[in-house]
Design a protein. Structure first.
Length: 379
């Protein structure tokens, strides 16, 4: 089928989880034999129109350039749709979006709303308070109208979509590129270049260093283990590079995403000690798809994370990794020591992690699920 994929607030290629998601979904659907046109944000030094990875990429912007005005991209999206007449439209949900679903409605073709962040307001939401102060709750009304207009929705958990829309919502998780992230990318040369000593167990944390990602927990745990000369901690992301602040290892800062498969595979343990208390939206449930965990697992690493659904289903305690109390550096340090001291346990968990992500949490599996929804709504 011919698919228009609207994600006009994302820049592709990029280094965020959102840009990776859009790239993998677009390429994955194209690999399944569909004609995919993806609409993303204009980026300096990248052509406004190009075909790459089997996908036709359209890069646009709007005026004023603030994300609040994303809905003003509707004209550009409609013009793109007119060039190839899509059978279905996917829109990546954003509070001030809606241009993809609107264009689908005008063309009388089905639309799929891809929801990766809450449409409903979490308890204590400032956005909800402002909405109430405007009496008519225009923001909630707009979001709910978008859900009603969409033919179907996909989301990682049902709690982030309105109750009335859950009947037409399918639960779909994110995944990893299991071809790119794999144990075969492990490299002694990369280990040496990262400062990992001979015989050391390398513990990796990757991400954008948002407060709720738990990087503060990783650093505090690493400081507790400073005397362990057999450990090396690698923190990837966050923009700042340099030596470890009171711990053995280093901050790599922001690195090109193309380098990540070798970096991750060259480590021995992956950690993702999320601290949900630092993101109020997570009161709705852990909706944030853990890209780093999927990539650790695809690379054959045992993973340490927190015991909160759906993480407990992805990383099963004692099988693919270990669970630790959120926000507790001592618990994380204990888990790291357990894995560092038991090479057979690391190998067994790493192999199980690789098998599990290939079978259940690959981008190929994700696109297969998305394709199933599209085929159903196109009829």
């Amino acid at each position: 089928m011919k698919i228009l994929y609207v994600a006009s607030d994302q820049r592709v290629p990029g280094r965020t989880g959102g840009s990776v998601h859009v790239l993998e979904v677009a390429r994955g659907l194209a690999a399944r034999g569909h004609e995919v046109h993806a609409v993303v944000h204009r980026a300096e030094g990248v052509p406004d129109l190009e075909t790459e990875g089997g996908v036709v990429w359209h890069r646009i912007d709007w005026r004023p350039p603030h994300p609040f005005f994303r809905f003003r991209a509707q004209g550009a999206v409609a013009a793109i749709a007119a060039t190839f007449h899509p059978d279905a439209v996917i829109e990546r949900y954003y509070n001030f979006g809606g241009e993809g679903v609107s264009v689908a409605s005008s063309l009388r073709v089905p639309s799929l709303l891809e929801v990766n962040s809450p449409i409903v307001d979490h308890p204590g939401s400032l956005k909800a308070v402002l909405d109430v102060l405007m009496l008519t709750r225009p923001m909630r009304s707009y979001r709910e109208a978008l859900c009603r207009q969409a033919t179907a929705l996909i989301a990682p958990i049902p709690e982030i979509v309105p109750l009335f829309a859950r009947e037409k919502t399918e639960i779909v998780t994110w995944g990893a590129n299991v071809q790119t992230f794999n144990p075969g990318r492990r490299s002694p040369e990369v280990r040496r270049s990262l400062g990992i000593g001979e015989g050391q167990v390398a513990v990796v944390f990757s991400g954008s260093f948002r407060p709720w990602h738990g990087v503060h927990v990783v650093e505090a745990a690493a400081r507790r283990l400073h005397d362990r000369g057999d450990l090396c901690f690698l923190l990837v992301g966050g923009g700042t590079s340099g030596g470890g602040d009171g711990f053995r290892g280093r901050r790599l800062g922001t690195v090109a995403y193309e380098q990540m498969p070798e970096i991750v595979a060259s480590a021995d343990v992956g950690v993702a000690p999320y601290d949900p208390t630092r993101l109020k939206q997570l009161r709705l449930g852990f909706y944030w798809s853990p890209l780093k965990i999927f990539e650790y697992m695809a690379s054959g690493l045992p993973t340490v994370t927190i015991p909160r659904a759906p993480l407990t289903e992805i990383v099963r305690e004692g099988l693919e990794g270990l669970h630790v109390v959120p926000g507790d550096p001592e618990a994380l340090a204990t888990a790291v020591v357990r894995l560092a001291d038991d090479a057979p346990l690391r190998a067994r968990m790493g192999a199980s992690a690789r098998t599990r992500v290939v079978e259940r949490y690959s981008w190929e599996r994700h696109c297969q699920q998305v394709e199933g929804v599209l085929l159903r709504i196109v009829g």
